[in-house]
Design a protein. Structure first.
Length: 250
């Protein structure tokens, strides 16, 4: 593992109790940062925080990213506990149903957009003022290759992740005059609990589209995120970093 210097930084990882989020939280701790795991599963977040406590300062914070008041409270609690927030990884997300658009459940559409897109907006809106006041910040939004190319039978997920890409570009331009970098990643599918929400047909489809012939490992994602959160990433902002194993066409 390459050494990424995040010593003294204070980071938030949403959906940090499992999958990609847990891998990112662990990588940040190993890089010297203090970490707040934001997750709606409070019990799991607390358990993971306990598991990772030997690596550094880690806090578990219960939060619903779809609820602005909940995000405000989590931001205040984290800022007080860690002394500020320098790093934000917007990772919390769900896959939603697999169905043709004309049959897509309305409730599922609204839930996916609320968590995968509005949740990113809420967290950025809450944390960016702290970064502005400190004169420093790094934000990484977890989008998806689906946001670039669109996956059939996953209209809500594809649309939400496309929105995350556009939000990243917009916010990156807004903050470009300050030492605050805002970037996103577009990974191919990783074998995490999110697979439980998908049909096997959809999983097979995603794998068939990856030239590498395998799913991305969560540690590979965490490695890219760690660099994007570092002070070395001092110029690039509003950018999209591919993790699609060769699938991306642009």
């Amino acid at each position: 593992m390459n050494a990424i210097d995040l010593k003294g930084r204070r980071g938030v990882v949403t959906g940090g109790a499992q999958g990609i989020g847990r891998a990112v939280a662990e990588r940040l701790l190993r890089s010297g940062a203090s970490v707040a795991i934001w997750d709606r599963d409070a019990a799991l977040a607390a358990r993971v925080a306990g598991d990772l406590a030997g690596l550094g300062r880690v806090e578990a914070v219960s939060v619903d990213v779809t609820d602005w008041a909940s995000v405000e409270q989590a931001t205040a609690k984290t800022g007080a506990a860690l002394g500020g927030i320098d790093l934000l990884v917007n990772n919390a997300g769900i896959a939603g149903s697999n169905a043709p658009l004309d049959q897509y459940p309305l409730a599922d559409w609204h839930q996916v957009i609320a968590i995968d897109l509005t949740g990113v907006f809420h967290c950025c809106r809450a944390v960016v003022p702290l970064m502005k006041a400190a004169g420093y910040g790094r934000i990484v939004n977890v989008a998806s290759i689906a946001g670039k190319e669109g996956n059939p039978n996953a209209s809500a997920y594809s649309a939400a992740k496309a929105g995350v890409i556009a939000l990243t570009k917009s916010l990156g331009k807004e903050l470009a005059g300050q030492d605050i970098a805002v970037n996103c990643i577009t990974p191919a599918a990783a074998k995490t609990a999110i697979f439980d929400q998908m049909t096997q047909t959809h999983i097979d489809y995603m794998l068939s589209k990856i030239p590498r012939g395998r799913f991305v490992a969560v540690d590979e994602i965490a490695a890219m995120v760690a660099w994007l959160l570092s002070a070395e990433n001092s110029f690039t902002t509003g950018a999209v970093f591919d993790l699609s194993g060769g699938r991306a066409t642009y």
